[in-house]
Design a protein around this ligand. Sequence first.
Ligand code: NAD
Length: 482
Amino acid sequence: MENIPVVMIIFGGSGDLAHRKLYPALFNLYQKGLIHDHFSVIGTARRPWSHEYLQEQVVEAIKESNSSFDEKDAKEFASHFYYQSHDVTDVDHYIALKELATKLDKKYHAEGNRIFYMAMAPRFFGTIATHINDQKLVGSGFNRLVIEKPFGHDLASAEKLNQEISESFAEDSVYRIDHYLGKEMVQNIMPLRMTNPIVNNIWCKKYIANMQVTLAESLGVGTRGGYYETSGALRDMVQNHIFQIITLLAMPEPKALDSDHIHEAKQELLDSLVIPTPEMVKQHFSRGQYLASDDEVEYLKADQVAPDSKVETFVAGEVNFKKGPVAGVPIYFRTGKKMKDKVSRIDIVLHHMNNLYGNAHSNNISIIIDPRSEIFFTINGKKITTEGLRRENLSYKFSKEEMAQVPDGYERLLHDVFVADRTNFTHWSELKQYWKFVDAVEAAWQDENKDIKQLEQYPSGEFGTESSNHIFEKDTEHWIYR
Ligand code: NAD
């Protein structure tokens, strides 16, 4: 692997994301040689930590994430880390940060290359970007900005944030990260579609009845009620992860497999996204809040949640496109907290065949993203001794050893930032379409005159709201995973 010289500045260096995901991912890239002698990381956050304390934290983070922990390697890696305490609104701190970055650039021969990673509460993103520009933190080599979700709260705030960012960074150096795009099975959607005639030839309305995306969590908000109150399931999960998956399922085949062609194909699809009318929201969307379980209070009683909160912890709905191979095929999604299992999966439901064998079950293609990686087809055959049909799964899966080699989404995506591959990052023009969709649903929900389905309470440990079982276009449709 190429050894890339760089000084990386992580805003939010004492946070959960940095500790659980970024430090272990960087360590793996260090071990693989992508970053090695000529890299250094500045962690910044409000706390008054020392360089040594951050380095200890980095070693700790690697230990927690790595079963074959080697202390010597981890310490050597952590020696590249420096800490700068920093308050996002304080100009002097950016000046201190610039001085440290310049010093480290010289020490590590980083060639003026900088990566800025915003791993903080999104309300700070715009302020940081403005200061990076005003205090001239950018280096003389490449400058890349990695930005976490959520990118804005609605289209208007996302546009404002984008404006602030674009003053310091050109669109092609902005990496809007969505770790779902780094997941093994999400990256498998295009090869599955494009390399198998058995899949490729049926990827159209004639054969596919509907598609279903389920991203379910079994936990509730825990202590993060305060954050969740500013977001809700629609903004937290649909606007990014669910839409990214749906885009990969529905986009036309790109003319080539490079970033430009892939994003061109995505854009062609997203320009044809049907923005839901209030009537569509009424018919095909459902939202709710979870009730208590043995181990967790109901959402309305969670820490820092308003007792009359209208924030949804579950949402189900439908997405349609006017163009692309599956134009006119309903794509249903549901996501929520306190559901039966922690699972991320896609179910492609094919039309039934009704012939001399009767009304056989449909052939479905299921893609399991988490907690295991698997693709399976359900097919029909005859029963051995009695009359009738039996159903079996044909499965594509990995061995335990192979699973252990699958890199974490953050490792993959950080690798892509280092090598400037924007294939698996969201472009602004795509994000805009996602926000238009989300804003239309929110507006319908807020409009009390529109007789929209009200927020429901749903039992913990099941599949969300009762009305989510009735959002389908046809009475014969239902959720495959139950
Ligand atoms: P966190 O609350 O654990 O960390 C926030 C960091 O910001 C801390 O280092 C804190 O010291 C710093 N900070 C807060 N106020 C500051 C100020 N005024 N000046 C300087 N520093 C300040 O948050 P997190 O869970 O690490 O999430 C960070 C970002 O990553 C968010 O945008 C979140 O949506 C996104 N994200 C997190 C996860 C995850 O697993 N934690 C997953 C996906 C995306």
